[in-house]
Ligand binder design. Structure first.
Ligand SMILES: Nc1ncnc2c1ncn2[C@@H]1O[C@H](COP(=O)(O)OP(=O)(O)OP(=O)(O)O)[C@@H](O)[C@H]1O
Ligand SMILES: [Mg+2]
Length: 488
């Protein structure tokens, strides 16, 4: 690595595509570098494993050779969706977990950076969808680690998209981020005041590009079956033929963004042999109408939940590949017109925002309180709002007052904890009830932003300690030194 240069990496580990962006800082001047494929596009998050030799193909290579390899290889796409599944696949005598597959994607991203610049990406900030579960965060961290990448911090995808467009958005105080990708639709309403970015509302759906491709593939299949007069369900076609059809459907979907017709052909489509179909834009728009309506509703729902009202939303930022769907754009334009904002190179936005954060580490702060509701109903606060959560730890001591052989802690502090069933918010610790006995409670926020409380009696061994975890900790991100005035 050259001296005097500093590198900061951000990764958008997407369901369909993964984007690595690096900031190279020389003489305090940062320059963004996008690590894409030969044509400058993000890397497909797909892994193909040869069923006989066990050879692994990843990235654009695996994507482009999909036709060729679909017979000989096991194709695993959209691994992000199944990250916390415990399922193990045995391929060519080797056992593969979802983490192993995801780590192949990370390895490819790391090798790609190395091939292009000779730099070893040892550390990165990684963007994750809103509501990405604690177990998925842990698995993602594990997958990156296996590939030799330490995840220094997670950032939520919409917040990253916001930072990537900071120059255009800094004077807006409330912004909706509409991110429709391959696996998920994530809508977030962000409030931005003096460099403090908090999520007012987030709504997500698991219906996105992959789902649409599958739907179109089935409809093309039905067209072919009708024309050829041979009835065979799409699901009964060989899986390689299904894959082939999905690839054609995806291509046609993109073509119909610009053209009024798209023609697809497959030379060897199972029992149907050679097939060729011309698809009309109106036919297509009809098929995706329910998904487009779902996406529009999702945005409306997020705006409603934020409580700020449409009039106070300054911009609606359209990111993610599926935001290019023409039927969606038409409806969005009719409804929101001037508020819409289309960033340049949206495929790189999330990765770039993550890299910006890697370079300017501000920090996450608690946007809520967590504490214990004591037996007299008083509230004992453990984590206060506005506390920086990186490395945060706190220990408290409690005496035992009642006469039972156990101590009970009931957590509270935010409406979602309070609304949870009793057993989810209660921590029961075995105790002796001795006079000198104390319950020691260690609270911390781990690197995956999970709040953890471990409590136990000072007179009992460690195995009698008990754990309470809270994975929905609400945080906001604060940039260092950004003091932004309205109307700036
Ligand atoms: N011009 C286009 N019109 C319609 N869809 C498109 C277009 N270009 C790309 N897409 C779709 O966008 C999806 C990929 O988008 P993106 O790269 O934002 O997803 P991702 O980040 O991998 O997924 P996620 O954010 O859900 O994890 C694919 O389903 C692709 O077919
Ligand atoms: Mg994405």
């Amino acid at each position: 690595m050259a001296t005097g240069l500093k590198y900061y990496f951000g990764i958008d580990f997407g369901t369909t595509n993964s984007a690595t962006v690096g900031y190279v800082v020389m003489d305090q001047k940062p320059e963004a570098v996008k690590y894409g494929d030969e044509e400058g596009r993000p890397i497909p998050s797909v892994v193909a494993i040869d069923k006989t030799t066990g050879a692994v193909f990843t990235g654009r290579d695996a994507w482009d050779k999909k036709m060729e390899l679909s017979e000989s290889c096991e194709y695993i796409s959209s691994v992000k969706t199944i990250l916390d599944s415990e399922q193990i696949k045995t391929i060519a005598g080797r056992e593969w977990t979802a983490v192993d597959v995801a780590s192949e994607v990370f390895k490819y991203l790391k090798a790609n950076v190395h091939n292009r610049t000779g730099i070893d990406m040892e550390e990165a900030t990684v963007a994750i969808p809103v509501g990405f579960s604690a177990s998925k965060r842990a698995k993602l961290r594990e997958a990156a680690k296996k590939a030799g990448i330490h995840i220094s911090s997670f950032i939520s995808e919409p917040t990253a998209a916001f930072f990537a467009n900071y120059n255009e958005l800094k004077s807006s105080s409330v912004v909706a981020i509409f991110d429709w990708g391959g696996g998920t639709l994530d809508v977030s309403i962000l409030q931005h005041v003096n460099g403090k970015v908090s999520e007012l509302a987030t709504v997500g759906r698991g219906i996105a590009g992959d789902y649409i491709d599958d739907k179109i593939a089935k409809r093309i299949h039905a067209k072919i079956a009708r024309k050829k007069g041979v009835e065979k369900a799409f699901a009964d076609m060989p899986s390689s033929a299904q894959d082939m059809m999905r690839v054609r459907a995806e291509r046609a979907k993109r073509m119909l963004g610009d053209d009024d017709t798209a023609t697809i052909s497959i030379n060897n489509y199972g029992v149907y042999g050679a097939c060729r179909e011309t698809l009309e834009y109106d036919w297509f728009a009809d098929i995706v109408d329910p998904e487009v309506t779902m996406a529009m509703d999702c945005l409306e729902e997020a705006i409603r939940q934020s409580g700020v009202g449409l009039a106070n939303i300054d911009r609606i930022v359209m990111v993610g590949g599926s935001s290019n769907l023409r039927p969606l754009l038409e409806k969005m334009n009719d409804k929101y017109g001037d508020k819409l904002f289309f960033p340049e190179e949206t495929m790189w936005n999330v990765g770039q925002g993550a890299a910006m954060l890697a370079m300017t580490p501000g920090g996450y702060y608690a946007n809520q309180s967590i504490g214990i509701v004591l037996s007299d109903n008083a509230y004992y606060e453990i984590l206060k709002p506005d506390t920086p959560i990186r490395g945060w730890e706190h220990t408290c001591h409690f005496g035992i007052v009642d006469s039972s052989k156990e101590a009970r802690f009931v957590f509270g502090g935010s409406p979602d904890i309070e609304a949870a069933p009793e057993r989810y918010k209660t921590l029961t610790i075995p105790a002796y009830r001795f006079l000198q006995e104390q319950i020691i409670l260690n609270a911390s926020v781990d690197q995956n932003m999970v709040f953890i409380a471990i409590a136990g009696s000072n007179m009992r061994p460690a195995e009698f300690r008990r754990l309470w975890e809270y994975t929905q900790l609400k945080c906001y991100y604060k940039l260092p030194g950004k003091q932004v005035q309205h109307g700036e």
